[in-house]
Design a protein around this ligand. Structure first.
Ligand code: AMP
Ligand code: FE
Ligand code: FE
Ligand code: ZN
Length: 286
């Protein structure tokens, strides 16, 4: 049987809706052999996921780092998946802590903009609902849904709401610094959904080549936000640059419609990630 490997999922440690323990159980129920927990800018889900790890499932500890490329103005936001890094590596841990604070400040400012337009959402309630996890626009989207202002998360991310009108940048990590820090922490950096034009601006292939030269290990090709042509383009670029290729669900529980294991990674690519890592080990229970 071919292993089913999903290397990009979110829990309540950031903007997913399943707790880390529920996430690993859902992964096992879905028939996955390997799952990575990759919450935004935090490793807070690692311990509870480990403690709840069902027999037969392998856990890859990771995170999705909020980064930016300053080659254009305003800078282009992008996401870097980081696998199996040392969570206590000081400079990386400090960057993640800084981004989490910046996210909370930005969320509060978004809410202030909404309230200035007479939209009755409460930052205190949004923070409480995030339950200590990394706060993001999906939490604000949830408040807009509960207030009956929009029907779905997709609508909340439309141009009239969090996608444009009430969109504010956050103070992300410079992507070159992020790649270097992940490597220095023994981790393996993989560019998440690099061609997802439907999310907004994307970076040029030249940047990806520059990142490969400083330690980027792979590209996420199979992702619901990539069209078939975009997936093929990413694969071609990875071959050209000698990078590994992943496929993942980017599961967020009910904050998104995608299912766990909707896209998966080839065992060879997964083995390359494990072989290149030295921060923490992957964990198999039982
Ligand atoms: P933030 O990190 O606060 O800027 O919010 C971005 C997060 O919102 C992403 O990680 C996704 O989880 C989610 N997201 C972005 N675009 C959409 C969308 N169109 N529909 C649903 N969720 C989205
Ligand atoms: Fe997210
Ligand atoms: Fe992402
Ligand atoms: Zn993600």
């Amino acid at each position: 049987m071919i292993a089913r490997i999903d290397l990009h999922t979110h829990s309540t440690a950031s903007d997913g809706t399943l707790s880390p323990a529920e996430l690993v159980h859902a992964a096992a129920d879905e028939g996955l052999d390997v799952v990575a927990i990759t919450d935004h800018d935090t490793t807070a889900g690692w311990q509870p996921a480990l403690r709840a790890l069902p027999r037969g499932l392998r856990l890859v500890r990771g995170a999705e780092l909020s980064c930016r490329w300053s080659g254009e103005q305003p800078p282009v936001p992008l996401h870097l998946l980081a696998y199996l890094f040392d969570p206590d590596f000081p400079e990386l841990a400090a960057e993640l802590a800084r981004v989490r604070i910046a996210r909370a400040e930005r969320g509060e400012r978004i809410v202030a903009l909404l309230r200035a337009d007479g939209i009755d959402v409460s930052w205190t309630e949004i923070l409480a609902a995030a339950g200590g996890g990394t706060v993001g626009r999906p939490h604000i989207a949830h408040a807009l849904i509960q207030a009956g202002l929009v029907a779905t998360t997709t609508e909340a991310f439309g141009p009239d709401w969090l996608g444009e009108r009430y969109r504010l940048p956050k103070d992300d990590i410079d992507v070159f610094r992020a790649v270097r820090l992940v490597r220095a922490a023994g981790g393996v950096p993989v560019f998440a959904h690099p061609r997802a034009t439907r999310r907004g601006r994307i970076v040029p292939d030249e940047l990806i080549a520059e990142l490969a030269a400083v330690g980027l290990a792979g590209l996420e090709a199979d992702h619901e936000d990539h069209s078939p042509a975009e997936r093929a383009h990413v694969r071609g670029l990875a071959t050209e640059l000698g990078l590994l290729v992943t496929g993942s669900s980017d599961f967020h529980g009910t904050h998104k419609t995608v299912r766990l294991g909707a896209f998966t990674t080839e065992p060879e690519a997964y083995e390359r990630i494990v072989a290149a890592s030295s921060g923490v080990t992957e964990v198999a229970s039982g």
